[in-house]
Design a protein around this ligand. Structure first.
Ligand code: HEC
Length: 297
């Protein structure tokens, strides 16, 4: 390689490194922004659902009935769902609609251009969504669990719904009938500066949304304003129905976490076997070592 080529090679390498770095910081910035947007603490997704075949299958069913109308998971083939205990015939019969085959990738029938027109945004591909929404503040699965359960009726929002995890989200509340009506109370602390004196007064702001989306707001001056942040409480009118929906949301997140990392379970199993092998091999190596050196000493 002549020196000219070498320096060209270095400069393109540096450029590549810079663009990778920039890309990474943009990605990190974007996910941090998602976390900061709501300013709320995420609910914990019940992790054990990810190991339960019945939960994963229920999640697959919900995904195929409620999400695929708008979202693809184009890195995943239908036959991947054999890993959660379904056979090809079941996948074809119960999950796939339209003319897709078991060997095809999971795709929505909606055209991105139409979706852009309908929602102002193209719904993201959900293949690796639980990883894509993982940030420094929260696990992606916790965020999506909070998001799916975080809708509330808000008459002032463009589509009549708002979300505590993603304020003013363009995605409608697809499960509104399953979740049932509820009352929402959102509490935050805001600092007000007096224009004349410059004194700062903290106000506790409480907004209450009725099940029909009408809201009322109260502001109370407070001296002890705590750590800030936003808290919310939901009061479902039908507690039993709302609990059933929570269980479905947990199953759906289990399915999304599975497609994000389908081999996670297998890796753990292999890891256990590797450790067992290493333990045995240590004993064998130790005994062999003793035999080999016996005569030498
Ligand atoms: C009617 C179309 C539609 C349906 C059905 C739908 N979504 Fe969405 N979804 C959207 C749109 C539009 C966005 C982009 C929202 C935005 O960024 O404001 C979105 C965004 C998302 C996001 C990303 C949110 C973020 O933090 O950026 C997730 C996760 C998601 N949808 C999950 C689901 C799941 C799970 C289902 C099935 C229960 C579903 N969606 C059904 C339209 C839809």
């Amino acid at each position: 390689m002549n020196p000219m080529n070498t320096s060209l090679w270095w400069s393109s390498l540096t450029r590549a490194a810079i663009s990778v770095g920039l890309g990474a910081s943009i990605l990190l910035g974007a996910s941090a922004a998602v976390g900061a947007e709501g300013g709320i603490a995420m609910d914990s997704w019940p992790v054990d659902r990810g190991q339960n075949a019945a939960s994963l299958q229920n999640g697959a069913r919900l995904f195929a009935s409620y999400c695929i109308g708008c979202h693809s998971a184009s890195l995943v083939r239908w036959n991947r769902l054999q890993d959660i205990g379904l056979n090809s015939a079941q996948i074809q019969q119960y999950l796939i609609s339209g003319n897709q085959k078991v060997g095809d990738t999971i795709r929505t029938g909606a055209a991105p251009a139409d979706q852009k027109r309908w929602f102002g945004k193209t719904p993201p591909d959900l293949s690796v969504i639980t990883r894509a929404r993982t940030s420094f503040e929260h696990a992606g699965a916790d965020y999506i669990y909070t998001l799916l359960r975080g809708y509330y009726r808000d008459a002032s929002a463009p589509n009549g719904w708002n979300n505590v995890a993603y304020p003013n989200i363009a995605m409608p509340h697809v499960f509104w009938q399953e979740q049932g009506p509820r009352e929402t109370r959102i509490e935050s602390t805001e600092a007000r500066k007096d224009a004349k004196t410059g004194a700062v007064q903290h106000m506790q702001v409480v907004t209450t949304y009725q099940p029909d989306g009408t809201s009322s707001r109260t502001e109370t001056p407070v001296t002890n304003h705590g750590a800030g942040g936003i808290t919310y409480t939901f009061k479902p009118l039908n507690v039993e129905q709302s609990r059933r929906f929570d269980a479905d949301a947990a199953d759906l997140v289990a399915f999304l976490a599975f497609i994000t990392d389908p081999t996670a379970g297998k890796r753990v199993t292999i890891g256990v076997w590797v450790l067992i092998f290493l333990a045995f091999f240590t004993v064998i190596a130790w005994r062999l070592n003793a035999v080999y050196w016996k005569k030498v000493r």
